[in-house]
Design a protein around this ligand. Structure first.
Ligand SMILES: [Zn+2]
Length: 394
C-alpha cells in the first residue's frame, strides 16, 4: 500500500473514532470496536493517541446492577474550537465556540453605518486575532471561522452576493478574513446558521424537520431537514420576507410591491409610523399602542396577524415538526407571545395541521448567530486527522 493511502486510512479511522465518541458518548473501547467494526487493537491505538493529545477524557461509570465499574470515553469539548462571527448593521459579535456549542470567549465591535466592507472585515480579523491572543486560546485547536450575516450568500465561495442591510455586494468575506487570520472561513446567511444552532443544541434538538422564522429587521426563514440546511438552487430558500401578499401593497426595499416584510419588519413598521408620529423603535410603537393611540394598535394588530399567517403558511408549505420563532418582534413583547399562544393554532393554522408541530422560541436569542456560525465552521472543517497533526507539532 502506498504511504499516502496509509496516511489517508489512518486519518479516516481517527475521525471515525472521534465522531463516534462525540455523537454517542460515553462509550467504552469495546463499544467503539463493535460499532465501527475496527479491531480492538486499532481502537486502542487510536484512543490512546487521541487521549494523549487531550482530545478526550476517561470516566468511570457503573455498568451493571452489581456495581461493576468500567472505563468510558468522552470527548473533551475544548479540544476542537472555532470562531463564530455575526455581522449586523451596527454591531459585530465574535465568539470562540467549543464542541458543545458553548461561547467560551467573546468580543463586540461597533460598526459605522457607512463603513466600507474591507474596513469592517479588517476590524473583524483584528478582533479575532486579539481575542485568541488575549484569552490565550490554542490556535492549533481552532478549526476555522464561521460568519453569519443577513442577505444572499454564496456559501461555497464565502461571498456575500447581496446584503441590503449592510450595503454589501459581491463581497469576498472568506478571502479577506483568511488572508488576515490564516484560518479557514465558512460564510452563510444568519438565519441558516441560527437554525443550525437551534437544531444541534437549542430548541429544536431532536427534531427531524424544523423551520426557524426570523422576525427582525427583515423577515426570513430557514428549513432543516434530517439535520441538513435546505438551501435551494442559490442558497436563497426561505426568503419568505419577499413573498408578495398584496400586489397593491406598500413598496418594499427590494423594489417589489406588497412583500410580507413590509407589514412585519421593524424598519417597515417604523417607516410607516413616521407618517403619523416620529418614532425610532418598536418599543415606542408598542408604547403608543399602550397609550391608546388607535393607529399604533391597528398597525401592530395587523403585524401580529401576519406573524400568525406566516406560521400557518410555513406549516402548509413544509409540514415541519417544529417551528422556532426568533427576532425582536416575537421575543421581546409578551403580548405578541400571548397572541401566538392563544390564537395562532386555533384561528390561523389549517385544521389538519393543528397539533402536528410545536411552536418554540430560540434558546440562544442574541448568541444564536455566533454559535451557529461557529458550529458551521466546525462541521465544515472538522477533520480530526489533520487537527491531530496540527496539535502534535509542538
Ligand atoms: Zn421585498
Amino acid at each position: 500500500m502506498q504511504k499516502h493511502d496509509q496516511d489517508f486510512i489512518k486519518r479516516k479511522n481517527r475521525s471515525t473514532v472521534f465522531e463516534m465518541i462525540k455523537n454517542n458518548s460515553p462509550l467504552s473501547r469495546a463499544d467503539i470496536a463493535r460499532l465501527t467494526g475496527m479491531s480492538p487493537t486499532t481502537v486502542s491505538r487510536i484512543v490512546s493517541e487521541l487521549y494523549h493529545l487531550d482530545f478526550m477524557h476517561e470516566i468511570e461509570q457503573e455498568t451493571t446492577s452489581v456495581g461493576r465499574k468500567a472505563v468510558f470515553l468522552q470527548v473533551n469539548p475544548r479540544s476542537v474550537l472555532s470562531v463564530g462571527v455575526e455581522i449586523d448593521k451596527a454591531n459585530i459579535r465574535i465568539g470562540v465556540i467549543d464542541l458543545d456549542g458553548r461561547v467560551i470567549g467573546s468580543r463586540m465591535i461597533e460598526r459605522q453605518k457607512s463603513e466600507a466592507s474591507e474596513i469592517t472585515l479588517e476590524h473583524i480579523a483584528g478582533g479575532i486575532n486579539e481575542l485568541i491572543e488575549e484569552e490565550s486560546f490554542d490556535r492549533r485547536r481552532i478549526v476555522g471561522i464561521g460568519v453569519g450575516l443577513p442577505g444572499i450568500i454564496d456559501h461555497a465561495s464565502g461571498t456575500a452576493v447581496l446584503s441590503a442591510q449592510l450595503g454589501w455586494k459581491q463581497t469576498d468575506i472568506a478571502g479577506v478574513l483568511k488572508k488576515h487570520t490564516g484560518l479557514e472561513v465558512a460564510v452563510d446567511n444568519e438565519l441558516k446558521v441560527k437554525s443550525l444552532a437551534e437544531h444541534m443544541y437549542g430548541s429544536a434538538k431532536g427534531s427531524n424537520r424544523s423551520v426557524l422564522i426570523g422576525f427582525g429587521s427583515g423577515v426570513g426563514s430557514s428549513l432543516i431537514i434530517d439535520g441538513e440546511i435546505y438551501r435551494g438552487e442559490s442558497n436563497s430558500a426561505g426568503e419568505i420576507g419577499h413573498t408578495v401578499i398584496d400586489p397593491n401593497g406598500i413598496l418594499c426595499e427590494c423594489g417589489k410591491v406588497g412583500c410580507l416584510q413590509t407589514y412585519i419588519a421593524e424598519a417597515s413598521l417604523i417607516e410607516q409610523s413616521n407618517k403619523i408620529k416620529p418614532i425610532t423603535s418598536l418599543d415606542e410603537l408598542f408604547q403608543a399602542k399602550h397609550n391608546g393611540e388607535f393607529w399604533a394598535s391597528s398597525m401592530l394588530d395587523r403585524a401580529m396577524t401576519f406573524v400568525a399567517v406566516t406560521i400557518s403558511n410555513i406549516a402548509c408549505m413544509y409540514n415541519p415538526d417544529t417551528v422556532i420563532l426568533t427576532g425582536k418582534l416575537v421575543e421581546r413583547f409578551p403580548e405578541v407571545r400571548a397572541f401566538i399562544a392563544e390564537k395562532c393554532m386555533e384561528q390561523f393554522v389549517w385544521e389538519p395541521l393543528r397539533g402536528t408541530f410545536q411552536i418554540v422560541y430560540s434558546a440562544f436569542e442574541n448568541d444564536g448567530v455566533v454559535i451557529g456560525s461557529g458550529l458551521l465552521a466546525q462541521s465544515r472543517f472538522l477533520d480530526i486527522g489533520s487537527q491531530m497533526e496540527q496539535v502534535e507539532q509542538v
